[in-house]
Design a protein around this ligand. Structure first.
Ligand code: ATP
Length: 595
């Protein structure tokens, strides 16, 4: 309940901020609902009774009251629904923006890699419409409850026995709640299936996977699997809908029987002269209204419940973001000793075995360290731990003898730069593709050009028709660079912070930054790149390079050979060659291959 109130407060604040005047008018219209309904019922009773008594003035009064109530109800209803659509739309944009920001500012990656985490924040986005409508659904439910009470009061005025009609609202309410729960559970259970379905669909239509799918001739199979998943989700939802409809129908039939009994009671009252025909007309009108009021209450409560379903996920996201942000000390201004891994073990959240097994490693300040090893040895995982997107499951990492866990994640990450194996192809203007490496300088052409130059990507830029202003990405009507060209642009992006003259990075991570380049280009580029980060190196920065190309690796000061999550060899190129073990063997093998 506290969490629900917290979310309601947040959304109400967003609503008032979106348009205070519109929100006030909408509030007034909703509160006025109860009065209008009572006025309609009363005007009908007054009209029938006064016309039976031939009281012309009273008839005119009743007609005026009824017409005014109907007019206000119809006009206000239209304004109310338009205002609700307008306000909910604006609040939804602001709310989604906030969630997007929360998700993307979390400095770890578990929440975007694993299904159970993705389901949670995905659920918030899916429910954002009902969350944004929360204040109105709550107010609507409250107003409908008040008008329900007014209606029941008027029925009791005719005969207390008629109040029993209200009791029949209980089975209707319970059946509706059960029906909603059935539907929600069916939708929740299909979330993962629908994500898989969407992914299969994307495999067939997105340019990168579509090529492979086409060559393999697997498009039809994938589409069929996607359809099967869709059918399974749809069948689950249809089943839930049918069961829900059965519950609702049963409850409404019971209610209809109650209304029939009420009419019998009123007929008996008229026969015995204990009430007027006008009262009977009012009862018929109120009994019909009661039904629509009940529906309104149920719909509003359902909307509130739907929003409430995301409350736990919303609170989780806030807690998770706060924990992941890990407040702490600032990163050191420069490194003097270096970065050390002490008996570091790591296991991915859903894995059954460790990926790193007790790694002890010292990366001296100002050095360049190459990490080599077979596929799956744990090289990229090591990089993820150094960048703080994951934490060791056991052991720890120190930065100049201070535990990395004591440094605020965002501050540590602000002092890193680098390129990852699965670098992003950011399909924006070329200037932005590179410039987002340091958003404060994204419009600063000389800085972007300097970063491009330092990454050896000047020729890539020269080949673009509008140079920095060229739109990248064929899907957006722009130029589609080759994989190697994308990679050079990613390298340029990683150099933005340094070129912009901000504090040089403490650690530069290059996880196979040049895998898409030919061996000679990689060799030249890496040499060039290491020279470019010299300023940082002089400040003690550690450069960690993952590569399978031994001609590049040999340029590093130190080389780590990882084997199945353990350090198999460690030393300079000369030392490892002299040792004559696996590294030396592989180096000679590659050397012969390129000769
Ligand atoms: N997100 C993840 N969740 C679970 N397991 C993972 C995840 N990422 C990697 N792994 C597993 O961890 C192991 C090490 O992966 P890692 O990416 O570190 O290897 P690598 O040495 O960089 O390999 P490569 O040379 O192929 O890039 C592999 O067995 C891989 O299956």
């Amino acid at each position: 309940m506290t969490e629900w109130l917290g979310l309601l407060r947040h959304v109400t604040r967003l609503t008032v901020r979106a348009d205070r005047r519109a929100a006030t008018v909408l509030c007034a219209l909703m509160i006025g609902q109860a009065g209008v309904i009572a006025a309609v019922g009363l005007s009908q009773r007054w009209l029938v009774d006064s016309s039976a008594a031939h009281q012309v003035a009273a008839v005119v009064g009743a007609v005026a009251l009824g017409a005014a109530a109907y007019g206000i109800s119809a006009g206000a209803g239209r304004v109310q629904s338009n205002l609700t659509i307008y306000l909910v739309g604006r609040v939804r944009m602001a709310f989604n923006g906030g969630i997007q920001q929360a998700v993307s500012s979390i400095p770890t990656i578990t929440h975007v890699e694993y299904g159970p985490y993705i389901n949670r924040w995905d659920r918030i986005f899916k429910n954002s419409q009902s969350i944004s409508a929360m204040p109105w659904a709550t107010l609507d439910a409250a107003a409908a409850v008040v008008s329900l009470a007014v209606t029941i009061g008027l029925l009791g005025w005719v005969s207390p026995a008629l109040c029993l009609l209200a009791l029949l609202a209980v089975p209707v309410f319970l059946a509706s709640r059960h029906a909603d729960r059935l539907l929600r559970e069916a939708r929740d259970a299909s979330l993962e299936i629908l994500r898989q379905e969407q992914r299969l669909h994307e495999l067939c239509v997105e340019p990168e996977p579509a090529k492979e799918v086409m060559l393999a001739g697997s498009g039809a199979t994938l589409s069929r699997r996607a359809s099967e998943l869709w059918d399974a989700a749809a069948a689950r939802e249809t089943g839930a809908r049918l069961r829900a409809a059965a519950y609702s129908t049963g409850a409404w039939l019971l209610y209809a029987a109650g209304v029939a009994a009420a009419l019998v009671v009123v007929a008996d009252l008229i026969r015995s002269g204990r009430t007027t025909v006008g009262a009977a007309v009012m009862v018929v009108s109120l009994a019909t209204q009661l039904q629509s009021q009940l529906r309104t209450v149920l719909t509003s409560l359902n909307n509130v419940a739907e929003a409430g379903q995301a409350v736990a996920h919303y609170s989780w996201l806030r807690r998770y973001a706060a924990e992941a942000a890990r407040p702490g000390a600032p990163a050191p201004a420069a490194l003097t000793r270096g970065i050390t891994l002490h008996d570091v073990r790591f296991r991915y959240p859903t894995a059954e075995r460790d990926v790193l097994h007790g790694v002890n490693l010292h990366l001296p300040a100002g050095s360049t360290i190459a990490v080599v090893g077979t596929n799956g040895a744990g090289k990229s995982t090591l990089i993820k731990l150094l960048t703080g997107v994951y934490e060791p499951t056991a052991g720890h990492i120190t930065v100049d003898d201070e535990p990395l866990s004591g440094i605020a994640r965002s501050r540590w990450q602000a002092s890193l730069s680098g390129v990852f194996q699965d670098f992003a192809r950011i399909r924006l203007l070329a200037r932005e593709t590179v410039g987002v490496g340091d958003v404060r300088h994204v419009r600063d052409r000389p800085t972007v050009e300097a970063a491009v130059g330092r990454a050896g990507a000047t020729d890539v830029l020269a080949g673009l028709p509008q140079r920095l202003d060229t739109q990248l990405g064929a899907a957006f009507g722009g130029v589609e660079p080759s994989l190697g060209q994308w990679q050079r642009l990613a390298l340029a992006r990683s150099l933005m912070r340094e070129v912009a003259g901000d504090r040089p990075p403490l650690c530069v991570v290059l996880d196979e930054p040049t895998a898409a380049l030919d061996p000679l280009a990689e060799h030249d580029l890496f040499q060039h790149f290491v020279e470019q980060v010299r300023a940082a190196t002089r400040q003690g920065a550690v450069t960690v390079l993952v590569s399978h190309r031994f001609t590049t690796v040999r340029m590093a000061d130190l080389i780590v050979v990882l084997e199945d999550g353990r350090i198999a060899e460690f030393g300079s190129h000369a030392e490892l060659m002299a040792a004559g073990r696996g590294y030396a063997e592989l180096y000679r093998l590659q050397e012969r291959a390129y000769r």
